[in-house]
Design a protein around this ligand. Structure first.
Ligand code: ZN
Length: 402
């Protein structure tokens, strides 16, 4: 878990100089990176960049210089992850850039002053530190009238679980997540995510059509492309917020149910299981599930829950009691072999749980790996009841953005 305090400090000549030096380095990295892409059609690696540009750059301490490369490659990376939409880090004319120190360069002295290491021969940077904890990273950036300091603490995962239950989590389209704990089940409704995604797709199609009618490269064209990127980014942010909120909810509910270990379906295969429709953006789709799984994973780990990915092939088709396979139809899964009946959405989660239990050969107090013959319906979680109907919410958001 990260805590990030933020406060202002007065500027000094040294900070001023170093921030300019950091900007210099950024500009240099940025220029060379894109030049290599343009002229040689080659993406310069981070290692190469660090070797060629970060050593002995001006008065920057070497670690801070390395962090500028880190920052640049993070920006490039998130642009790639985002389907290369929005702006790549192409601005190579910064005047100031953030200075970043990682833990190696940070010391909290006994008198409550934080010391940031600098290049040999330079004075260290000293900051009155308001908290007892030594931060993992410190960032200092130029702001109006001075500098802003941001620090991150890396607190260790706390063991908050007192439980001994194992849960299986299945990610899917109808329900973003279905969870089975061995005794009860709950689902997280995916309606709002679907609505946002539909809206994003229709907006993209609408704006693309408009853009196509303009002459490529004209000022109207450029303006429309910018508008499009901005609006799509805005929805991306909303989706990320939603995923954070829902993943937090999943972990809360796991803790309430005294779950200490989870198996989560590996979403790499999810593409095969979802009907996209003709205009769906597949990459966004996969991205959202991957992101959601990742969020549950790290939030659960921070809460002291053991997490493992489980191969989810056929988990939606298999009878959790006897292993017989068939494609389910309707809301209920009914096994023709052993008579098992259960709510369809929970069957996947139950199978993932079973595989996980088998994989770990888990020995504990939990001996409910066998399922009751009839599985209860899951309780649903839904955040915005008014958004439960995706078609209605779509119209609503459309109007809002029109
Ligand atoms: Zn069966």
């Amino acid at each position: 878990m990260y805590l990030t305090p933020k406060f202002h400090i007065e500027g000094t000549d040294q900070l001023e100089r170093l921030s300019r030096s950091s900007a210099d380095l950024w500009n240099q990295i940025c220029t060379w990176y894109w030049r290599t892409v343009d002229r040689q059609n080659h993406w310069l690696s981070k290692t190469a960049t660090r070797r060629w540009h970060c050593k002995g750059h001006g008065r920057l301490p070497s670690q801070t210089a390395q962090e500028v490369a880190e920052q640049f490659y993070q920006a490039v990376g998130s642009w790639h992850d985002n389907d290369r939409r929005g702006n790549p880090p192409k601005r190579c004319d910064k005047e100031y850039n953030v200075l970043r120190w990682t833990y190696q360069g940070v010391t909290l002295r006994d008198d409550g002053v934080l010391r940031l290491s600098t290049k040999r021969g330079e004075d260290s940077i000293l900051i009155d530190w308001p908290v007892d904890e030594e931060p993992r990273t410190v960032e200092i950036g130029k702001s109006s009238g001075g500098f802003v300091v941001r620090a991150q603490y890396d607190t260790e995962p706390v063991d908050r679980t007192t439980g001994d239950k194992i849960a299986g989590i299945d990610l899917g389209e109808k329900h973003l997540a279905a969870v089975f704990t061995g005794q009860d089940a709950f689902t997280i409704n995916g309606g709002e995510l679907r609505a946002l995604r539909h809206y994003q797709n229709s907006l993209k199609a609408k704006l693309d059509a408009k853009i196509d009618r303009k002459e490529r490269g004209s000022s109207r064209w450029t303006k429309l492309v910018q508008t499009k990127n901005k609006q799509l980014d805005h929805i991306d942010n909303k989706i990320t917020d939603l995923l954070h909120k829902l993943s937090r909810k999943v972990v809360e509910m796991l803790l309430e149910r005294r779950v200490s270990a989870i198996g989560i379906g590996d979403v790499r295969g999810i593409r095969d299981r979802i009907d996209y429709g003709s205009q769906m953006n597949q990459r966004l789709h996969q991205w959202a599930y991957g992101e959601f799984a990742r969020m549950i994973e790290y939030k659960a780990k921070l809460a002291g829950i053991t997490v493992e990915r489980v191969d989810e092939a056929y988990t939606s088709q298999e009878c959790p009691q006897c292993g017989h396979r068939k494609k389910p139809s309707g809301r209920e899964y009914a096994c023709s072999e052993c008579g098992f009946r259960g709510h369809r959405d929970v069957v996947g989660a139950a199978n993932i749980r079973r595989r996980y239990v088998a994989k770990r050969k888990y020995v504990g107090n939990d001996n409910s790996s066998r399922l009751p013959g009839v599985m209860a319906s899951p309780s649903g979680v839904r955040f915005h009841p008014h958004l439960s109907c995706s078609s209605r919410s779509e119209r609503k958001t459309n109007r809002q953005f029109a």
